[in-house]
Write a protein that binds this ligand. Structure first.
Ligand SMILES: Cc1cc2nc3c(=O)[nH]c(=O)nc-3n(C[C@H](O)[C@H](O)[C@H](O)COP(=O)(O)OP(=O)(O)OC[C@H]3O[C@@H](n4cnc5c(N)ncnc54)[C@H](O)[C@@H]3O)c2cc1C
Ligand code: FES
Length: 260
């Protein structure tokens, strides 16, 4: 897997405790699939997985993250001109969407990879966007979606921005308004389970899953979660290599609740 050193060319703090680093990486920017991630070296034993948050026409890619521990604190302290040691691009991203309406549902730091999807598909697909988080301070990239001409529906658990409550409220309304269409989601695992359950198996639903990682390239099995094989039998899937984006029917907990 390509290991490279990428130079930080811009640094922003879009929200408190949230940092976006823009890296000079023309080859990555040209080929990135939404949902793919970088495994970034930080001091200590393990790299940290961060999804790409944007790919710009002038050859930059973004990493937008929330500071939650030592690794992301170290990353947040990087400045323009610093170099990051990354393995990228890693993982399976979202597939090319089928024709027809596409709904993007992002929760918290699950929002950034969906912006790459919006950049890629806003011109060719009728796109709707739902963004949610616990509080207004964790809802990121709203203005970025707006620059693409999109008007995201916003929800916060505490009602500090948009509709009070979870993303499942506007999701249920969107599903009721659309007979077909497809749903892509990224966010905390309970949110993904709720999205999979609401969408059901009648339309395509792809979920970007987050899991603690070791190697990031499929070798150590640190990131396995229960999945479903082609024969319908349980099997372990590696989030880093088989995902992080999965057809919701491939995840055991999603779409199979109530069984076993
Ligand atoms: C494929 C993938 C893409 C990701 N993309 C992003 C992104 O775009 N932006 C972003 O902010 N974060 C993202 N994450 C999560 C990010 O990797 C973790 O927040 C980061 O590794 C934490 O490192 P740390 O050293 O700062 O914190 P640690 O000290 O390692 O952990 C601090 C806290 O965060 C929790 N945590 C750590 N890693 C994860 C994880 N993978 N999933 C859930 N909880 C975790 C720990 O349980 C602990 O409570 C992604 C994770 C994966 C697997
Ligand atoms: S992190 Fe090593 S197999 Fe996924």
């Amino acid at each position: 897997m390509p290991q490279c050193e990428l130079v930080v060319v811009e640094r922003q703090e879009p929200k408190p405790e949230h940092v976006e680093l823009l890296l000079d990486a023309p080859a990555l920017a040209a080929d990135l699939a939404p949902g793919q991630f970088a495994h970034v070296w930080t001091p200590g034993s393990l790299r940290r997985p961060i999804s790409f948050s944007r790919a710009t026409p002038d050859g930059r890619v973004g990493l937008l993250f929330r500071v939650v521990g030592a690794g992301t604190r170290w990353l947040a302290d990087r400045r323009v001109g610093d170099r990051l040691d990354v393995l990228a691009p890693l993982g399976q991203g979202f597939p090319a969407p089928e024709p027809g309406p596409l709904l993007l549902v992002g929760g918290g730091v699950g929002i950034p990879p969906l912006f790459v999807a919006a950049q890629r598909w806003a011109a060719t697909h009728p796109l709707s966007v739902i963004l949610g988080a616990r509080t207004a301070e964790a809802v990121v990239m709203v203005d970025d979606f707006q620059t693409l001409g999109l008007a995201p529906s916003l929800t916060t658990d505490d009602g500090s921005l948009g509709e009070p409550g979870r993303v499942t409220g506007p999701l249920a309304r969107w599903l009721a308004r659309h007979d077909g269409g497809q749903v892509w989601a990224c966010g905390p695992t309970p949110m993904l389970g709720a999205v999979a359950e609401l969408v059901g198996e009648g339309r395509p639903c792809w979920l970007a899953y987050e899991q603690r990682m070791g190697c990031g390239v499929g070798a150590c099995l640190a990131c396995v979660v229960p999945g479903v094989g082609a024969d319908g039998q349980p099997e372990w899937v590696r989030v880093c290599h088989d995902g992080p984006v999965f057809d919701s029917r491939r995840l055991w907990w999603a779409g199979r609740q109530g069984e076993g």
